[in-house]
Design a protein around this ligand. Structure first.
Ligand code: GLV
Ligand code: GLV
Length: 332
């Protein structure tokens, strides 16, 4: 069986070694990602593809891969993959849930605190020698402890945010497509609200939903207009959940106090005007980027690949309905 890895510097221990023990692993040896044209040409005899969140795995790509059985995504989010197209072709899609939860919530919390206390801006102030003397009115910042956290999406990462909020005596509001069970709400001290009400009440709004057709531009000009002028938006999920030009507009006109972003719609491209604003913190998509998390992601990516190519159901199968497809196909 042949496995293709399109990026040689994938961090995390042991992935390559484990795969090479069982499969013929082909690694793109140049610096950076395998260019798409080359990738399309290389897929003819590939059984398993390891994909990065920045790679588009669409119907066209899958049509170049007649033997492909599994796409093992090195990410929890899989909006880069056309899952329906994969399912139609009997191809399994896997991801890395769970292991990214704490690292992502840690970063979301770091930039939430960072934007509230102006950490990046005051760092620049000190570094550039502008600090001449201590003054009590310098950079008076927002409060964090005791304010209200609004969580959009109470999945694993949203729940991890609620846990952290407890340490800061912050009441938690959340919204989601389904209401969580009362026991979980009680444990997290989280109160369910429709999105609009959450936006009106929260001091910090943090996004933890996957990107899909329903969440695309969920935070648009209207949503931003409901937020308090003193409120902050934190996004460590996916860029396209927020309408970026509308966000730039809201920040520029101080309709909201600030934003802390780890993700962007067209990474690494920033929306026009975003980088010129002072009331933002901009991070280059590093939510899951801690050493332990990278190791666990690598190991999960390998586990999923190995299970899929040795006839077992992978532990983190995104499209379980594919198993029925596969059985039908296998009987031909
Ligand atoms: C990171 O963005 C991930 O989806 O794992
Ligand atoms: C601040 O540094 C204080 O001592 O209050």
């Amino acid at each position: 069986m042949k496995v293709l890895l399109t990026y040689k510097n994938l961090p995390g221990k042991g992935l390559l070694e484990r795969l090479e023990r069982q499969f013929d692993v082909c690694v793109y040896e140049q610096d950076g990602y395998m260019p798409r044209e080359e990738l399309l040409k290389s897929l003819g005899d590939v059984d398993g593809l390891i994909s990065m969140l920045s790679e588009r795995v669409d119907a066209k790509l899958l049509d170049h891969a007649p033997k492909l059985k599994v796409v093992s995504n090195y990410a929890v989010g899989y909006n880069n993959i056309d899952v329906a197209a994969a399912t139609d072709r009997g191809i399994m899609v896997t991801n890395t849930p769970g292991v990214v939860t704490d690292a992502t919530a840690d970063l979301a919390w770091a930039i939430l605190m960072g934007i509230a206390r102006d950490v990046c801006r005051v760092d620049r102030f000190v570094r550039t020698g502008e600090w001449k003397e201590w003054r009590p009115e310098m950079f008076v910042a927002a409060d964090i402890t005791g304010t209200t956290l609004g969580i959009i999406g109470l999945g694993r990462i949203g729940q991890a945010m609620a846990k952290r909020a407890a340490g800061f005596d912050m009441p938690v509001l959340y919204t989601d497509v389904f209401r969580a069970d009362p026991e979980l709400e009680r444990r997290l001290g989280a109160q369910f609200l429709p999105l609009d009400d959450l936006l009106r009440k929260a001091d910090f709004v943090t996004i933890h939903v996957p990107l899909n057709a329903d969440t695309h531009h969920l935070i648009d000009a209207h949503a931003l207009s409901l937020m308090k002028p003193s409120a902050y938006l934190v996004n460590t999920a996916r860029g396209a959940i927020v309408d970026e030009p509308a966000l730039v507009e809201a920040l520029r006109n101080e309709k909201i106090a600030g934003a802390a972003l780890d993700v962007y719609e067209l990474e690494p491209k920033l929306a026009d005007g975003l980088a010129e604003l002072d009331n933002v913190i901009l991070i280059p998509h590093l939510g899951a980027n801690s050493r332990r998390t990278r190791d666990r992601m690598a190991s999960m990516t390998a586990d999923n690949m190995i299970a899929a190519l040795t006839g077992e159901q992978p532990p983190n199968l995104v499209n379980p309905e594919v198993m029925a497809h596969r059985r039908v196909r296998d009987t031909f």
